[in-house]
Structure formats: structure tokens, C-alpha cells
Design a protein around this ligand. Structure first.
Ligand code: ACK
Length: 286
């Protein structure tokens, strides 16, 4: 089914099963803006199975977005449509395709992205994210950090079982919701996402070099569930350095050659002895 868009003459693939009547959605405040699009907080009335008002996040595109960018947003949504609600994956509520700009309505995660959450836990004066020789101070316990890692692995396990390759797993693409629960987000868009200093332009688009598996960087550039596992390893580095920058001191442009020569990121200097030692009990954390 196609929904026609008068003045703009654009067409989006509508889906009556997921369409939210525009009148039941109040878009309130912009909470994030970038080359990728715009994220706002909003309220939705009477979502399926949720009577009354629900706080939601509304994803949209910039005012000057091309039709391709609009369709990309809806293609992310079409990935989410095939998932059942999972505690560690951001949940899709529906979309609005009856206006010039499509809106994708997802679960709201009140604490924002995990990278910001980790960095905030260091306190306002601690800005040493990129200096691995400075021990991070944090209000988070090792157990909480381990729980984040477990939740993300659980969400990724679910995605991989549904044959979804994320391609852009990173702490910036994990959200923290009620009770500090991590939820994976921003998948399906990876190849089209753009962020300075993280993605570089290639024939395929932009790549988050420091999070991308060696085999996906060169060779045929194929992404698999295993390349998501590599990214998960980098996320573990981000978690246990409490928001540290991966590959400290290494220029992004040097990474492919270094990896090809067998170079790997070293273990962070400041990880608590219980996590570093052999006594880590991962089973049952969660
Ligand atoms: O740290 P933040 O507030 O959390 O800043 C980023 C920004 O939008 C750009 O991605 C926030 N954001 C994205 N999706 C959601 C969501 N579902 N719930 C809450 N905040 C979100 C993210």
C-alpha cells in the first residue's frame, strides 16, 4: 500500500497494521539532532495494548531530508517490525506515514545513550575519556558494568537468532531505560549513518572504523553476525573503561593497516581485579 503525499508528491510504503493516527501523537521536545535525523520525546495515545498516554521517542528526518533519507528511516522500521518485544532491544510502537515527513515511534529510554550514561557516571569534571593512563572514577559498580555487557549480549543474541546483523553496534547505539536496562537501537541504518570521526566514506558509505571487524573492513567487506561480535568486543572496552575511546592514541586512518598486520587493541589498564581475574562468573548476571 502506498500513501501519497500531496505537495511533495512522495510516496512511502504504508502499513495499516503499524500506522499510528497522527492525532494520537504529541511530539514534544527534540532530544537529539544530527546528520542522521532528529529524535524527539513525545506522547502517544492508546497504543495497541497500552491504553492511555505512553511516553515515546519519535524518530524523524531533518527538514531538508531527501526522499532517500525518508525511505531509509522507514527501512529501519521495517527491520523492527519483524521483531517481538525483547527487553534488550528497543521496541517499535508504530509509525506515521501520512505526512510529508515520516515519523517512527519507538520505546523511550529515559537515560539516553549508554556512552553518555557511562561518561556522566565519571562526574562532570572528568573528561579524560581519551587518556587510558588516567583511572576513571565512576559511581557505577563492576557488577553494573558487567550487567550492561550481559544485557547487550542478550539483545544481540536475540537479533542474531532473527538473522539480523546490526553493523553498527557501539555504546552510542545502546540506550539505557528504566532500572538501568540496556536496549539496542539504531540498527538497519548503519550503512547510511554519518558521524564525524567515526565513519569514513567508502564505496559503500561510511564505516565506524574502530568498531568494525577486520574482515568487514577489507576483503569483500562482508558483515556477518561474527562481525557484530567483534563490535561487541569494542563495546565491552567502552563499558569497562567507563566510556573510554577505543584504540586510544591510534588514528582511525591507520587502523585497517594495523589490523592487517595483526595489531589488536590492548586490554585496558584500569579494570577492577575481579573483572580482570579468572574468577568472573558471568552466568546469572542480569
Ligand atoms: O543520549 P541521548 O539523550 O540519547 O542522545 C541521543 C539522541 O537521542 C540521538 O540519538 C537520544 N535517543 C535516541 N533514541 C532514543 C530513545 N528511544 N529514547 C530516548 N532517547 C533516545 C539519544
Amino acid at each position: 500500500e502506498l500513501v501519497r503525499h500531496g505537495a511533495y508528491n512522495l510516496s512511502f510504503p504504508g502499513d495499516p497494521e503499524w500506522e499510528i493516527p497522527r492525532a494520537r501523537l504529541n511530539v514534544e521536545k527534540i532530544i537529539g539532532r544530527g546528520a542522521f535525523g532528529v529524535v524527539s520525546r513525545g506522547l502517544a495515545l492508546d497504543l495497541p495494548g497500552k491504553p492511555g498516554w505512553t511516553v515515546v521517542a519519535v524518530k524523524s528526518v531533518q527538514d531538508d531530508a531527501s526522499e532517500k533519507e525518508k525511505l531509509d528511516l522507514l527501512s529501519e522500521m521495517s527491520v523492527l517490525k519483524h521483531l517481538d518485544p525483547h527487553p534488550h532491544v528497543i521496541r517499535l510502537y508504530g509509525c506515521v506515514t501520512t505526512e510529508a515527513r515520516p515519523l517512527v515511534v519507538v520505546e523511550y529510554a529515559q537515560y539516553g545513550d549508554l556512552l553518555g550514561y557511562l561518561r556522566k557516571s565519571r562526574g562532570v569534571r572528568d573528561n579524560y575519556y581519551s587518556d587510558p593512563s588516567v583511572e576513571p572514577r565512576t559511581s557505577l559498580t563492576s557488577k553494573q558494568l558487567l550487567r550492561f555487557a550481559w544485557q547487550i549480549s542478550d539483545g544481540m543474541d536475540y537479533l542474531s537468532k532473527r538473522k539480523i546483523i546490526h553493523r553498527d553496534l557501539a555504546a552510542r547505539n545502546v540506550l539505557v531505560g528504566d532500572e538501568d536496562v540496556c536496549k539496542i537501537t539504531d540498527f538497519g541504518m548503519a550503512r547510511d549513518v554519518w558521524e564525524e570521526d567515526i565513519y569514513v566514506r567508502t564505496h559503500e558509505g561510511r564505516l565506524p572504523i574502530k568498531w568494525t571487524a577486520a574482515e568487514a573492513l577489507f576483503g569483500d567487506g562482508a558483515y556477518t553476525t561474527q562481525s557484530d561480535v567483534w563490535s561487541f568486543g569494542v563495546v565491552m572496552y567502552e563499558i569497562f573503561t567507563v566510556g573510554g575511546d577505543p584504540f586510544p592514541g591510534v588514528y582511525m586512518r591507520d587502523i585497517p593497516a594495523l589490523l592487517r598486520n595483526g595489531f589488536r587493541m590492548s586490554r585496558p589498564k584500569f579494570v577492577s581485579a575481579t573483572l580482570r581475574g579468572k574468577k568472573v562468573l558471568v552466568i546469572g548476571v542480569g
